[in-house]
Design a protein around this ligand. Sequence first.
Ligand code: ADP
Length: 447
Amino acid sequence: MFQKILIANRGEIALRVLRACKELGIQTVVVHSTADADAMHVRLADESVCIGPPPSRDSYLNIHQIVAACEITGADAVHPGYGFLSENAKFADILAAHNITFIGPSGDHIRIMGDKIEAKRTAKRLGIPVVPGSDGAVTEEKEAKRIAAEIGYPVIIKASAGGGGRGMKVAHSEADLEVALQTARSEAGAAFGDDAVYIEKYLEKPRHIEVQVFGDGAGRGVHFGERDCSLQRRHQKVWEEAPSPALNAEERARIGGTCAKAIADLGYSGAGTIEFLYENGEFYFIEMNTRLQVEHPVTEAITGIDLVHEQIRVASGGGLSVRQEDIKFNGHAIECRINAEDPRTFTPSPGTITHFHTPGGLGIRVDSGVYSGYKIPPYYDSLIGKLIVHGRNRVECMMRLRRALDEFVVDGIKTTLPLFRDLVGNADIANGDYDIHWLEKYLAKEE
Ligand code: ADP
């Protein structure tokens, strides 16, 4: 087991990882920018190292500084959290070259899944269902037209190097295709320095359903069920739940089994999430994230298993603590992402939190790095906390969520809490009847 883990992140996830380390009796080092000297993860860690000025590229993304911090403190492993360097293959390789363990998969697996065309090819080879579309990159208009005619309109053109929903264009007919192809390519070139694009069938009313998987790096793979993250705004997840209100036990076991086997065959190590669009009973792979996800606590709530503990165990060579048959699903969990943003326009609202009071009671978990008097720096993501509620079934979970949202107090800044108070009373949400476009339509109506 590791003696000392360096946490290369900030905010709620740095604290989340720190808690797991403490439980396992592992010493903790955190790194921070000058803007985060007062952050909670810095206060609670055994050691901290200031690695640079506020901009992320000079601090949380500065590989040299982070490696230096490992050497100075004698950390033997790094947990990257999510975002920042968590899916940076070069970072994983550099750590390996310094004999420091990256708590995550190999650089090669990160690389494969970071290239969407390669990822899709790999998924298909491993028996994971994919969205019908081009086999690889498409450059010629003629070829694009042939493929689109074959799979049928509407189609979506996506950037191979894509991320954050950028570089995607929908074409509803052949007449739209030329412009869509050109726009997607130039957007992809400008955003990612790579104008490779590919074509897929555009699914009109899918849900976003993702499967939590784990590999032990030695040919064993398990799944921890799915999460439904269909409530999104601009491709950003807002509300996540497990299990999905749309799946039955048979569908869950089938897609979970397919994913677990794929992970085993790939020889993958650590936590991963295989993301699908789901429509009319069919799953369509869109991408795989090779890290811990923001929404991992809903899976922890229904399985009772600490996924960060598992990540640390696997990375240290101790293997998974559970076999597939040990993983049982219990009740229902919902996570609300609480952002320092205007609840309607979603413009960031940094500033000082004058009062912060979190709800409590049975089935309530709040993961947050903020406190009363904390000044939110304007440089980073606006997520200030996550409310995770568990109940024996979805109805109980929703009742408890409504009560917890009423108790939650964040004064001094704007937050997305009022949005969740509206959503929890909405009939479609109560019925679990929503797709990936539901939230945007709802917000447009409210304006
Ligand atoms: P990114 O990495 O940029 O987030 P993804 O491939 O994960 O790109 O897709 C992001 C979102 O775009 C999906 O959650 C979905 O809302 C939409 N999307 C992607 N592919 C399709 C498709 N074939 N049909 C319909 N919507 C899609």
